[in-house]
Design a protein around this ligand. Structure first.
Ligand code: 2FM
Ligand code: ZN
Length: 566
């Protein structure tokens, strides 16, 4: 842990504003939220921001289908999103409602002008699939047809789900527009390109200074080997986006202004707070730390285009990019057609958000690995770890403190040492304090699965201590009651430390425990060294419930019902 506060800006990818949040999205938001909460708990000056990505053809089409404007669609999605994020305890300092905002447009224009002045922009005519009925250029995903390699029907214009081939939409056999069913024609138009290849050396240098996980750096090395290509940053009208300032009828491609949305989101936050300043985070020589959490499908945009845009426009580049894998459900990709696409909303109707936070944390590490949400394992793990181990410590000790000592904790006197030396509550407590350093390091390194493993090993030790001391037996002899108080005081102080260590993952439970233990202030890594002695606690109320497997069945039933009505 750094002794002086660090200035940290954490972002998560800006999700497209055209559909419900699902559990796949939540891997990233929960991962980043845990990391942000950890830094805040350690006294760092940490901001966590994100927002909705409003632009692009799919959002424009979704809005048309609903008979509303894209702005109205984005606003409606935003309302749902902030409720869902709050439901999962994802605590953004700012979640921007839309990238379609003047702040983002001004920054996008500023960056574009800087690139143009560098002579990084050129124009070229290209041919693209065009829907003659809808009068619209079609993104690759909107052209469907037969795979040029294996002949499978109804494949997308960029890759075949049957044989895995990748190709250009022009290679599809019998192509049709997914929007109208019309046969697309090839139409020429002028496009604006950013000369990404000019930044090859600068990007290599940036990447070689350890900004990416090794697996991602290796992937990029392959792309460098093939050679970076100019990047098409324009789209023709009609398009929901920002018009390119010196090119009427041409719009910035959504991926140009989407990451600029990170800057715009902070800019809007700064407008509401006097204590933070945009330039401190984004100016070229900023010493603030800037971290982007992203999924493995959008590495190309974040690790190549984005730093190159920033370099070319004289802003700072990210300190690191943290890429995560995808979420599977019971070993398979979540799928709308199989009815296994669990939305955030459906989950929250049936289950406690902290259970998913804990399960993800128990599986997340710093590598780019897919995570499997195995629902049987999920139920077992929550019931065994959180209820059976963690909460069990408090429920075993609190009753005695209330029954015999009017809710007052005692002290950790030496008289309580029974049996082994490692059963000395002082020694045990010191062991828990020392483990806090190790756990903090795991959090810092985004090795949450190791942090959780370490915390549960401590919970085992605390339970073992109580089991060995047998306060329920000792309590039968009134002459030994003081010892019961000591044992339970030790148990609850160990429970308090476990609560601190779990706090980035289980913030609501941590708050309930702080109330129950009547802690003088909210628990932080810094203020928790001293145990609570001779201290009144509140009556114990059950803090977390076991998962009833029936609630999983109800969730799955709702999930498949929702899919059937799509
Ligand atoms: O993949 C997506 O959902 C994109 N909207 C992510 C954008 S991240 C950032 F660049 F804004
Ligand atoms: Zn194929």
């Amino acid at each position: 842990m750094s002794p002086s506060p660090r200035r940290i800006l954490i972002t998560t990818a800006l999700p497209y504003a055209n559909g419900a949040l699902h559990l796949g999205h939540l891997v990233e938001y929960i991962q980043a939220d845990i990391w942000a909460r950890f830094h805040k708990l350690n006294g760092h000056d940490c901001l966590f921001i994100s927002g909705n990505d409003a632009h692009g053809t799919p959002i424009m089409i979704s809005a048309q289908k609903r008979g509303i404007t894209p702005e109205a669609l984005v606003a409606a999605v935003h309302e749902e999103r902030i409720t869902d994020f709050a439901g999962f305890l994802v605590d953004f300092d700012y979640f921007d409602a839309t990238t379609h905002a003047p702040e983002n447009q001004a920054l996008a224009n500023q960056i574009y002008y800087a690139l143009r002045d560098n002579k990084d922009i050129f124009t070229r005519e290209i041919a693209q699939a065009f829907d003659p009925e809808k009068q619209l250029f079609l993104p690759d995903r909107y052209v469907k047809g037969d795979c040029p390699r294996c002949g499978a029907n109804d494949q997308y214009g960029d890759n075949c789900e049957a044989c895995g081939a990748t190709y250009a939409p022009t290679e599809l056999k019998n192509p049709v527009s997914a929007l109208s069913g019309a046969t697309p024609i090839q139409k020429h138009s002028l496009h604006y390109f950013f000369q990404l290849e000019k930044y090859t050396d600068a990007l290599k240098k940036w990447i070689n200074s350890g900004k990416l996980q090794p697996q991602i750096a290796n992937k990029l090395a392959e792309w460098f080997e093939v050679g970076l290509q100019p990047w098409d940053i324009s789209r023709d009208a009609p398009y929901f986006g920002f018009e390119i300032p010196d090119a009427p009828g041409k719009y910035f491609y959504v991926w140009l202004d989407a990451p600029i949305g990170y800057m715009a989101s902070l800019k809007k936050l700064c407008a509401t707070r006097k204590d933070i300043c945009f330039d401190d985070y984004w100016k070229k020589d900023s010493v603030a730390e800037l971290y982007h959490f992203i999924g493995k499908d959008i590495v190309y945009f974040h690790a190549l285009f984005w730093p190159a845009l920033l370099m070319g426009s004289n802003f700072r580049t990210p300190s690191a990019i943290f890429t995560h894998g995808f979420l599977n459900l019971n070993g398979q990709k979540m799928s709308k057609s199989r009815g296994t696409f669990i939305t955030a909303r459906d989950y929250l109707t049936h289950l406690n958000p902290e259970y998913l936070r804990y399960y993800f944390a128990a599986k997340l590490n710093s590598h780019v690995e897919d995570i499997d949400l195995n629902l049987t394992d999920f139920v077992q793990r929550i019931n065994a770890d959180l209820i059976g181990k963690y909460i069990n410590i408090a429920s075993r000790c609190a009753g005695f403190i209330h029954k015999f000592f009017a809710g007052k904790l005692g002290e950790l006197t030496a008289s309580s040492i029974r049996g082994e030396l490692n059963q000395d509550p002082h020694v045990l407590y010191q062991h828990f304090i020392a483990a806090g350093e190790v756990i903090a390091k795991h959090y810092e390194q985004r090795e949450f699965q190791h942090a959780v493993r370490e915390i549960m090993a401590l919970a085992d030790l605390a339970n073992q201590y109580i089991a060995d001391q047998q306060p329920w037996i000792v309590a039968k002899d009134t002459a030994q009651l003081a010892e019961v108080q000591t044992i339970c005081t030790a148990g609850l102080n160990l429970f308090r430390l476990l609560t601190l260590y779990l706090k980035p993952i289980l913030p609501t439970t941590a708050l309930a425990v702080e109330n129950f233990l009547n802690t003088p202030e909210p628990l932080t890594w810094q203020n928790s060294q001293q145990p609570l002695f001779n201290h009144l606690i509140q009556p114990f109320k059950p803090l977390l419930q076991r998962i009833d497997p029936e609630s999983i069945n109800a969730l799955l039933a709702d999930t498949s019902k929702a899919t059937a009505t799509l």
